[in-house]
Design a protein around this ligand. Structure first.
Ligand code: XMP
Length: 529
């Protein structure tokens, strides 16, 4: 399969380059700069990313350009452009001409393929301290901004295109066109990487590899495990054995409704009610990390017990997706933030299982598109993220059945009202709303990245009828975000908040107060624990 390789020098936006290339229906892979793959004939071009480093730093990332240059077209972005200039005899200096933010690019060479179809002047996004003050002698200047003369250059004989600005970011008005020109015109990639082609080739390769083998997969109700299951099921049918554990920490009625949907999709799924076991493990535990450990450990025990019943299983399937793969193989080394809740500990080694991860090349939005193309209902695909430890970390302090039940009721009221409330806010980046035009009405739920209720471990005084009450407080959380790393609270409409508060206090026994969390991340986090 044709592909583009992106070499990551540690930029914050390297994944965005990958997304842009994929949007052009061209497959691409991101590698840390120090792990350049062998340049095989399927690789049609290389993109060098930006970096937080200066090429003049002693510990600046270095690559062996000989492996690439001359063999294959190269698009060098920001640090990449400076690195090429610096290595090939130009100069890069820290100067007064540093630029951050929008700049007006003027194309000097009209006939450059990289600029085909792009107006002579257009807006681009700059973010650099150093500037290229002198180009290599064999380079040709092709575009400038008022502050940065060497904004884009080309080295004809080596098929290198270098851009000081960031074409991958949204603010570069024709950046997407430039990337398109690079992959389609310069690298000659055909646009044949589509959801349908992905499904077809993946199903085929799973069939070939697994033949009549049995596979075990843990379903969580989340998007990734669901899509992975449906994809594998399409290839091997009932040889895929899914296990869905009810830890008692899911949202109200979630276990029954989701397992019903799984069965309707034709999945061979066993539901395991282990809620009592989880509550027992959580008894007396108040520290958030201890709670996570207790929940994780119990999950592994329950899962393993079930998995053992599936005799002769050879594989364990996981819903790992591309950002997890990049993260664990990144320039900075494996990150502490990587999700571990799908990872069932040492089970693969213990049971001698091989791992299969059919979504490991997909970004989250591609997983959603694949899910829709596989016929999975939108309700399952467009769900908010939900933490592995579930409501266990939204019942602050010790988790008791009483508090858990109160929270489930309050959370259900909040989320259901949110699903029924219309708004003209833009759709959340994790959502899968088909209505994305500005001004279109979508549900408040689809406009929000993540929302949920939290029960606080304090009681406060209230009055209901003629009686004094002394009951729990529910906190509501709703945030916008792109990746969960940073987040901001949503300015929910007052009349919506009023309705939610009213319904919760009137209908949920044990609650006499509702608050809304107006903290951003950082310094707060999305979850309270
Ligand atoms: P925080 O609270 O760290 O959350 O701002 C960021 C995102 O991660 C989710 N989250 C978790 N997911 N296991 C998970 O699978 C966890 O222990 C966990 N803690 C937080 C959180 O819901 C949000 O989407």
């Amino acid at each position: 399969m044709e592909k583009i390789i992106i070499l990551d020098f540690g930029s914050q936006v390297t994944q965005v380059i990958g997304r842009r290339v994929r949007e052009l229906n061209v497959y691409c892979e991101i590698y840390p700069f120090n792990k350049i793959p062998e340049i095989t004939p399927e690789i049609k071009g290389v993109i060098l990313s930006g970096s937080p480093y200066s090429v003049r730093d002693k510990n600046a990332p270095q690559i062996d350009l000989k492996k690439l240059v001359g063999n294959i077209p190269v698009l060098a972005i920001c640090y990449g452009a400076q690195y090429i200039a610096h290595t090939f005899g130009g100069s890069v200096e820290s100067s007064q001409t540093r630029e951050y933010g929008r700049a007006e690019l003027t194309i000097i060479e009209n006939n450059e393929r990289i600029f085909e179809g792009i107006p002579k002047t257009s807006e681009v996004w700059m973010s650099h301290g150093d500037s290229i003050t002198q180009l290599p002698t064999n380079a040709k200047l092709i575009a400038s901004t008022p502050n940065v003369i060497n904004a884009a250059y080309k080295i004809e004989e080596d098929n290198i295109y270098a851009l000081q600005f960031h074409p991958e970011v949204f603010h570069s008005a024709y950046g997407g066109e430039m990337i398109k020109n690079f992959v389609h015109l310069i690298c000659n990639c055909s646009a044949d990487w589509t959801t349908e082609s992905f499904i077809e080739s993946t199903v085929k390769s799973i069939k070939n590899e697994l033949k009549d083998d049995k596979v075990i997969l843990g379903l969580s109700g989340g998007v990734d495990s669901t899509v992975a299951a449906v994809l594998i099921n399409k290839a091997i049918g009932n040889n895929l054995h899914c296990i869905f554990v009810d830890n008692g920490l899911l949202r109200k009625d979630e276990f029954t409704s989701v397992i019903e949907q799984y069965k309707n999709m034709g999945l061979n799924v066993i539901g395991v009610d282990a809620s009592k076991k989880f509550l027992t493990a959580l008894k007396g535990v108040t520290d958030p990390e201890e709670k996570r450990k207790a929940i994780g450990k119990t999950f592994i025990e329950v899962f393993e017990e079930q998995a053992k019943k599936i005799t002769n299983a050879k594989w364990l399937a996981q819903g790992t997706i591309y950002p997890d793969v990049i993260e664990s193989n990144s320039v900075k080394g494996p990150s502490a933030t990587i999700k571990s809740h799908h990872n069932v500990g040492g089970l693969p080694e213990k049971m001698n299982l091989k791992i299969i991860e059919p979504l490991r090349s997909l970004f989250k939005d591609e997983v959603r598109k694949t899910g829709i193309a596989l016929g999975i209902r939108k309700e399952l695909i467009a769900r908010h993220p939900f933490p592995g430890p579930g409501l266990g970390i939204r019942v602050l302090g010790e988790v008791t059945e009483e508090k858990l039940n109160i929270l489930k009721e309050a959370d259900a009221i909040y989320i259901n009202l949110m699903k029924g409330w219309e708004t003209t806010l833009p759709a959340a980046s994790n959502g899968f709303s088909d209505k994305t035009q500005k001004g279109d009405k979508i549900s408040l739920y689809d406009a929000i990245w993540q929302a949920g209720a939290i029960i606080l471990p304090v009681k406060s005084v209230g009055v209901m009828g003629d009686e004094r009450t002394y009951e729990y407080t529910i906190a509501l959380r709703a945030v916008t975000s792109n990746d969960g790393m940073t987040a901001d609270w949503v300015q929910l409409p007052y009349d919506f908040l009023a309705k939610v508060s009213n319904e919760i206090i009137n209908k949920v026994k044990g609650v006499n107060r509702v608050c809304y969390d107006i903290s951003s991340k950082p310094p707060a986090t999305i979850e309270w624990e």
